[in-house]
Design a protein around this ligand. Structure first.
Ligand SMILES: Cc1cc2nc3c(=O)[nH]c(=O)nc-3n(C[C@H](O)[C@H](O)[C@H](O)COP(=O)(O)OP(=O)(O)OC[C@H]3O[C@@H](n4cnc5c(N)ncnc54)[C@H](O)[C@@H]3O)c2cc1C
Length: 372
């Protein structure tokens, strides 16, 4: 396998024209190995330019830490994930879930255009007017399927000041904590996101609120009331989004690999919850809010009616939870053991995605197991 360092669009075009199975690499964090003859290392395409109207043009090799830092310098931000070394490319192409997404949507919901090198080596600009089907497919179907994006254009938001939320305590009754979380966090006001991890005897909450400390505390008290015991919340108000992200990236750096995950349209039943607790680490991410106000067909990201995402640490806990799951899987958390990956990743958008694939890559130059 050869790795080609790309520093320009022309380098990408040259590499594609040479043929072989080409796999682009942004941050390099894909959860599965995608077989390749040639890896296109895009880390040389890192430029980040922010216009006065807030439109940011970001090279496909930029990492989230770099994106947050440069946008912060311009007073702007994007809703995106926490890991500082995650690539903006892979994250955006698969969706992009983060701590202010319930307010501002997925990262791909802020995408307004992209430059793409297609399988035949041609270079196209796409947006709502130009190559609209390709632009639709780039927003949430997962990377590496339709072409190599060299540049993304985003409509950024003014960087919000957040109240950072954290809690870490020995939970004697993890079932009660999960039951309270799943009843409350997916319906919380858009301004507040609270994610839960149960890891052995500990319950860990991380979150962010666009409200100041007092209203945030009042909302969190509703959640603690459902549990019935106090939760030792630590709140830090007036923190820029970029700082909150960096602080949680530090805290989650040692995360074990996500082994299996699924979306849930409804809460886990009491019986499933009872069996699930004690089977390994469980990480719950709240959906709802702005994520779900966009129609499933409006972008390629099909999972617009889900309450939460659950990451499980092993096959046993995944199959227990799956009894209540929606069968939908986040394209950015691929898993090769899914019985029907494309249906799980794309739901009702699969047929249109296959038509886009046929139009833009009929020879399946960009191909890997579970591609559309
Ligand atoms: C520590 C950590 C934290 C994470 N946190 C979050 C989170 O908070 N929220 C969230 O939503 N996800 C999160 N993820 C998952 C993350 O979104 C995916 O792993 C994502 O695919 C990584 O993108 P990448 O560019 O780093 O990886 P890559 O492996 O470089 O790319 C992923 C896929 O996209 C393709 N691709 C890459 N660049 C391009 C391009 N320019 N054009 C076309 N295709 C391309 C690749 O071929 C590959 O198939 C996290 C992952 C890790 C490891």
């Amino acid at each position: 396998m050869e790795t080609v360092q790309c520093r320009s669009v022309a380098d990408v075009v040259d590499a594609i024209k040479r043929g072989g199975r080409v796999v682009p690499r942004g941050g390099g964090h894909c959860f599965v190995d995608r077989p390749a003859d040639v890896v296109l290392d895009l880390s040389g395409l890192k430029s980040i330019d922010v216009r006065s109207d807030g439109v940011a043009t970001i090279g496909a090799g930029a990492l989230l830490g770099e994106v947050y830092r440069e946008l912060h310098a311009a007073g702007r931000a994007l809703p995106a994930g926490c890991g500082t070394t995650v690539g903006i490319a892979g994250l955006t192409l698969g969706g992009g879930i983060g701590l202010v997404g319930r307010k501002y949507g997925l990262t791909c919901d802020r995408l307004i255009g992209a430059r793409v090198v297609l399988a035949d080596g041609s270079v196209v600009e796409c947006d709502d007017e130009r190559e609209p089907d390709l632009f639709w497919a780039l927003r949430g179907a997962g990377g590496g399927q339709f072409g190599v994006v060299t540049e993304f254009r985003f409509d950024t938001v003014a960087e919000p000041m957040l109240t950072r939320i954290a809690a870490d305590w020995p939970a004697d009754e993890p079932e009660t904590v999960i039951a309270a979380w799943q009843a409350w966090a997916p319906d919380a006001p858009d301004d507040l996101t609270l994610n839960l991890t149960i890891d052995g005897p500990r319950a860990v909450l991380i979150g962010a609120s666009l409200l100041t400390a007092e209203p945030t505390r009042a909302l969190l008290a509703e959640f603690a009331d459902l549990i019935g015991t106090p939760v030792p919340f630590e709140l830090r108000a007036g923190v820029p989004l970029s700082t909150v992200k960096a602080s949680f990236a530090e805290a989650t750096r040692e995360e074990p690999p996500r082994i299996r995950s699924e979306f849930f349209e409804q809460s886990l039943s009491d019986d499933v919850l009872h069996e699930l607790v004690g089977t390994g680490r469980l990480a719950f991410t709240a959906m709802g809010g702005a994520y779900n106000r966009i129609a499933a067909a409006a972008t390629a990201f099909a999972h617009r009616n889900q309450r939460f995402l659950l990451e499980t640490a092993n096959d046993r806990s995944w199959s227990l939870a799956h009894a209540d799951g929606s069968g939908r899987v986040y394209p950015n958390f691929p898993n090769l053991s899914l019985a029907d990956g494309p249906a799980a990743y794309h739901g009702e958008n699969l047929a249109r995605l296959r038509a886009v694939k046929q139009a833009y890559d009929p020879e399946r130059f960009f191909a890997f197991p579970q591609a559309v």
